[in-house]
Design a protein around this ligand. Structure first.
Ligand SMILES: Cc1cc2nc3c(=O)[nH]c(=O)nc-3n(C[C@H](O)[C@H](O)[C@H](O)COP(=O)(O)OP(=O)(O)OC[C@H]3O[C@@H](n4cnc5c(N)ncnc54)[C@H](O)[C@@H]3O)c2cc1C
Length: 412
């Protein structure tokens, strides 16, 4: 590798910052340019719906690296700049209103953006989406004094912001068209657990109904209308109906895109000089034998690190089981694994759902495909991941028995 090489990273989020870090850690001595559309240097998003939204976590703690890290590691940060085009033949990235950047290798880590709700009144003041620092700060201002909050969508963002709004003393209603919160991620059994957690905290969780419109007075939202004829008064609306991967750049450049930028297990696109990772990548995962697009923090972190190594020509097989964590009220949870919606036969619980301290395992054909623990930190998530990787059949009785260490199950 000569010092003349230039690696460009488009997207200054967690995956982009971690890729730059891994390039330097692996000894890359060439030029690294990290281009980001936001004005902020890379930061972590999970606190934006938890500690930062609640005013408990300082902004300085949310950044991936200190400001000085970029200079110290000769990583050129181009912030507030959007990549608008990609000329793969010339190996150049076009920036808005600026010169083209030549590259030897390119990493696309453009992440994802919240899906917008296309209903009458969607543009009224008081309707919030949550992705960046400013969104979180605006939302904090809107809910910190209490009031009536309607959360649209009972996914992770919806449930976490509902919890934050309750902690600020708001009256909170969650509206979700599916029959259970978090249905695609957890299935109905554990979705019901989270519905109960919120109901016990006084949230009005309304399932099986969709939002048809927002009604406003003088440009401000005042009510949410639902398809069962309901009208829910609202001072603030939080819309959390999922994200869409930011694939425009890749699409226009003719890269394979299908629910994200298509990459192989070494995070390489169909152009050998171009890689993708994080929320935007639909990566082949050899552990599951299929492509998975993961919208989680750990995937941006580990995928970014792996992409850096892959760009340097190292042998990379990115085959981690997806991992996710959440904090809602006094419920701390870690989940790892993957199944297609409905792609499991049964769920086994070890511990006490009522006491909110338990493990849950999703099984398919007698094998554990995913597991989570709630407020049980003694064993951590690593043995669960080992169990998934082992792919062994487990006895449901032993799985449910807290006296059997999870590490022993992987040996069965
Ligand atoms: C509020 C919130 C809470 C979350 N909580 C959790 C959690 O508890 N647990 C968990 O596992 N995950 C959580 N996540 C998900 C996690 O934060 C994401 O998976 C992670 O941020 C993805 O990182 P990324 O680098 O792939 O993309 P992003 O973080 O989206 O970063 C991509 C960056 O690229 C920039 N960009 C896009 N297009 C261009 C372009 N053309 N030119 C230049 N720059 C561009 C974007 O502006 C953005 O800054 C949460 C997400 C949010 C929003």
């Amino acid at each position: 590798m000569t010092t003349e090489q230039t690696f460009v990273i488009v997207g200054a989020g967690l995956a982009g910052a971690k890729a730059a870090q891994s390039l330097r850690e692996e000894g890359f001595a060439g030029r690294i340019t990290l281009v980001g559309a936001e004005d902020e240097r890379p930061y972590e998003r999970p606190p934006l719906s938890k500690g930062y939204l609640l005013g408990k976590e300082e902004k300085a703690k949310v950044y991936v690296h200190d400001e000085s890290w970029y200079d110290e590691n000769s990583v050129e940060l181009l912030l507030g700049r959007r990549a608008t085009g990609l000329d793969r033949a010339a190996r150049q990235v076009e920036l808005d209103g600026g010169p083209r950047l030549g590259y030897d290798k390119l990493l696309l880590v453009t992440g994802a953006s919240p899906r917008r709700l296309d209903v009458p009144g969607a543009d009224l003041d008081g309707v919030h989406y949550l992705r960046g620092f400013e969104d979180s700060e605006r939302l904090r201002e809107a809910i910190r004094g209490g009031g009536r909050v309607v959360v649209v969508g009972a996914g992770w963002i919806g449930m976490e912001t509902a919890a934050a709004a309750r902690e600020y003393g708001c009256e909170v209603t969650v509206v979700e068209p599916q029959q259970m919160p978090l249905l695609a991620a957890l299935g109905p059994e554990l979705g019901a657990f989270f519905a109960d957690v919120h109901r016990q905290k006084g949230v009005d969780v309304r399932l099986g109904r969709g939002v048809t419109a927002f009604r406003g007075i003088t440009g401000r939202v005042r009510a949410v209308l639902t398809d069962d004829g309901g009208e829910i008064p609202a001072d603030v609306v939080i819309v959390g109906v999922g994200v869409r991967p930011d694939t425009e750049l890749a699409e226009r450049a003719g890269l394979a895109v299908e629910n994200g930028i298509v990459v192989d297990a070494s995070l390489r696109t169909d152009d050998p000089g171009v890689y993708a990772a994080g929320d935007v990548a639909n990566a082949f995962n050899p552990l599951y034998g299929t492509r998975i697009r993961v919208e989680h923090w750990a995937n941006a972190l580990n995928g970014g690190l792996a992409a850096g190594r892959a760009m340097l020509g190292r042998e990379v097989v990115y085959d981690r089981p997806p991992y996710f964590f959440t904090d809602q009220y006094d419920v701390g949870m870690e989940f790892s694994g993957w199944f297609a919606p409905g792609g499991y036969d049964s769920v086994t619980v070890r511990g006490d759902l009522e006491a909110r301290a338990f493990h849950a395992f999703w099984l398919s054909g007698g094998r554990v495909v995913a597991g989570m623990h709630v407020n049980r930190w003694d064993e951590g998530i690593a043995p669960v991941q080992e169990l998934i990787r082992a792919g062994v059949r487990v006895e449901p009785d032993r799985l449910a028995d807290p006296s059997v260490p999870i590490t022993d199950l992987a040996k069965s």
